[in-house]
Design a protein around this ligand. Structure first.
Ligand code: TNX
Length: 510
C-alpha cells in the first residue's frame, strides 16, 4: 500500500498526500472563485452538484478567492507539460480548496476528485474535508465505456444518467454501439426506414426506440460539457440484420429478412461491391459524421461470420475510406486489421483475451503498421456484461467468465499484445453489451463497480518494468477505496453490485 492509497479516490491519483492541519469547512457564504477560460463552465457543474447532493447554494465569482472559498484556476502554467491536456492539482486546506489546471478538462477532473472527497453526509453541517494535496494526470488519453443501445434501447435521459456516472471515474469517451442485428438506433434522414422499421424492437422483443438527430446532437453536447467524447458505432458489414430488414434492396435476394430479437451473432452481412449498398454506406456514414464533432467514427467489423474473407476486405477498404473522406478517423474491432488497406491512423479495438488467441494479436498490430493506434478492451477482464459469478441473473459468460472485480482490476493494457506498448495504445475501454440487460438499473449493476477497476487501469500510473501486474494493482488497497465510492454511488442512486470482495459500508441516509 503506498501513501496515496489512503486518499479515497478512484482512479488512484499519481500523487496524493494527506496534510497536517485543520480541515476545510464549507461555510455559508463560501463561493466558487473562477479564473481562466472555461473555469466558469466547470464551476457551474460543481455548483449544481453541491446544490443537488449537499443542498448548498454557492455563487460563482470572477475574483480572487477569499478565505473558505473554492477556487478553480485554469492557466497554462498550472500543470507542467506533457500533462496539460487533462492534468490538475487539488489542494484542500483550512484556507480553502484550490483546483489548478491548464485545461477545462483538467479542472473538470479535479472537480470529480473533489466530489469523491466530499463526505456523502454533506447535506448536514458541518461539511468538512480533510486536508490533502493532489497532483494528478492520466496515463492514457482515452478512457472509455461502451454502451450497447442496439440490443436494448436506452433513452437519452438514461444515457445522460450513464454519462453522469462515468465522469465521476474520469472516463472521457462514451462509445455508443448504435446498430446491430436487433435494432438501428440513430435516425438517418436519407434512409428513414432504418428507424421507422429497424428500431421498432430489440432483444427479447423489447420495445426498441431510436435517437432523432436532434436528440443525438443534444447527447453529444451534454457529453462534451462533461469532457466526454461520443464515439458513434455503425457496426458493419455483419451485425446488420436490422438494416437488412428495413431495406430489401440491401439484400442479395432482394427480400428483407424479419426483424431479429434473439442473441446469436454472425448471421447477417451487407453486400460488398454493390452499388445500392455503396450509396447506403455513403449516406449513413455521411450523416453520422456530420452529427459527430469528435474525431472517431467506429464501423465495427467484428464477427463477420457470414461474409467471405475476400468480401470482408473489399467492404472494409471501401467503408473505412468513406469514413476518412468525411474527415473522421475510422475505428473498428481488431478483425479489421486483416485489411492492409486501412486509411492511415485507423484505430483498432482489441477485444480478445488478456492472453491473445489465434490471429488477434497480429490483426491488432496491423493497425500500428498502418500508422494507427489501439484501444484495449480485453473481453475476459473488460467486458462488463460478463457475469460476476456463476448463476447470475444478468449477463453472459462466454468470455472466460465469470469476471470478478479483482479480475477487472488486475491486468495491464501494455502486457497483452507482444510488441504493443503505451506509445501505440490510446487507452482502455469497457464495453457493456445488453442482450440480457433490459433496464438502465441492470446496466448499472453490471458496470459498477467493475468500470471503476478499468478506469483506474486507464488513468493511474503504469506498473514499472520490474513490477508484476499483481503487485502494481494491489486489490487489498483498491477495495477500501471502492467501498468509499460505493457510498457516493448509493447517495447518487447509481445501482452497483455489492460484490463480497469489497468491504462496503452501510449507506448513509442523506
Ligand atoms: C461479442 S466481441 C460481441 C458482441 C456481443 C458480445 C456479448 C464483439 C466486438 N462483439 O456482439 O454482444 O460479445 O458479450
Amino acid at each position: 500500500m503506498s501513501a496515496n492509497d489512503d486518499v479515497p479516490v478512484i482512479p488512484r491519483p499519481v500523487e496524493a498526500e494527506r496534510l497536517d492541519g485543520a480541515p476545510f469547512t464549507l461555510a455559508p457564504g463560501a463561493r466558487v472563485s473562477v479564473a481562466g477560460a472555461g473555469a466558469a463552465d466547470v464551476a457551474e457543474l460543481l455548483v449544481a452538484e453541491l446544490a443537488s447532493d449537499c443542498r448548498r447554494d454557492l455563487s460563482i465569482v470572477h475574483e480572487p478567492p477569499a478565505y473558505g472559498d473554492i477556487a478553480i484556476v485554469i492557466a497554462p502554467d498550472e500543470t507542467p507539460e506533457p500533462h496539460r491536456a487533462e492534468g490538475y492539482s487539488l489542494a484542500v486546506t483550512a484556507e480553502g480548496v484550490r483546483i489548478g489546471a491548464a485545461s477545462a478538462a483538467g479542472a473538470f477532473w479535479g472537480v470529480q476528485t473533489l466530489r469523491q472527497l466530499v463526505p456523502v453526509e454533506c447535506a448536514s453541517d458541518p461539511l468538512t474535508i480533510a486536508p490533502v494535496s493532489i497532483h494528478d494526470h492520466p496515463r492514457f488519453g482515452y478512457r472509455g465505456a461502451m454502451l450497447d443501445v442496439a440490443r436494448h434501447f436506452f433513452t437519452p435521459d438514461e444515457v445522460k444518467r450513464f454519462i453522469d456516472a462515468i465522469v465521476l471515474l474520469k472516463v472521457n469517451h462514451l462509445h455508443l454501439h448504435l446498430t446491430d442485428d436487433q435494432g438501428w438506433r440513430i435516425h438517418i434522414e436519407s434512409w428513414p426506414n432504418l428507424t421507422a422499421h429497424g428500431a421498432s424492437t430489440g432483444s427479447d422483443g423489447s420495445a426498441g426506440g431510436f435517437y432523432t438527430q436532434d436528440e443525438f446532437r443534444d447527447l453529444v453536447a451534454y457529453a462534451a460539457a462533461r469532457q466526454v467524447t461520443i464515439v458513434p458505432e455503425l457496426d458493419m458489414p455483419g451485425h446488420t440484420n436490422a438494416a437488412l430488414a428495413s431495406y430489401p434492396e440491401l439484400n442479395a435476394s432482394g427480400i428483407a429478412p424479419l426483424l431479429y430479437t434473439g442473441s446469436k451473432v454472425g448471421f447477417s452481412t451487407l453486400l460488398s461491391d454493390d452499388e445500392t449498398t455503396k450509396r447506403f454506406l455513403a449516406d449513413v456514414i455521411g450523416e453520422v459524421a456530420a452529427l459527430t464533432p469528435g474525431p472517431y467514427l467506429h464501423i465495427g467489423g467484428d464477427e463477420c461470420l457470414s461474409t467471405s474473407p475476400a468480401d470482408f476486405l473489399t467492404f472494409i477498404a471501401h467503408a473505412a475510406a468513406l469514413v476518412a473522406a468525411t474527415g473522421k478517423t475510422p475505428a473498428g474491432w481488431h478483425e479489421m486489421g486483416t485489411s492492409d488497406q486501412l486509411p492511415e491512423g485507423t484505430v483498432g479495438q482489441y477485444w480478445d483475451f488478456v492472453v491473445p488467441r489465434g490471429s488477434s494479436a497480429d490483426e491488432t498490430l496491423s493497425f500500428v503498421r498502418q500508422g494507427g493506434a489501439v484501444i484495449m478492451s480485453p473481453a475476459d477482464v473488460a467486458y462488463l456484461d460478463i457475469v460476476y459469478e456463476d448463476g447470475d441473473r444478468l449477463g453472459q459468460d462466454w468470455a472466460d467468465g465469470p469476471t470478478t472485480v479483482r479480475g477487472a482490476y488486475v491486468w495491464d493494457p501494455a502486457r497483452i499484445v507482444p510488441g504493443l506498448g503505451d506509445a501505440h495504445i490510446l487507452g482502455v475501454e469497457a464495453p457493456v453489451w445488453t442482450e440480457t440487460l433490459a433496464t438502465i438499473d441492470d446496466v448499472e449493476e453490471m458496470v459498477f463497480p467493475r468500470l471503476a477497476a478499468v478506469a483506474e487501469v486507464g488513468w493511474s500510473t503504469a506498473p514499472t518494468d520490474t513490477e508484476s501486474v499483481e503487485t502494481a494493482r494491489d486489490f487489498d488497497a483498491f477495495a477500501p477505496r471502492l467501498a468509499a465510492l460505493g457510498q457516493h454511488w448509493a447517495a447518487a442512486g447509481t445501482n452497483f453490485r455489492r460484490v463480497p470482495e469489497v468491504p462496503w459500508r452501510e449507506s448513509v441516509t442523506v
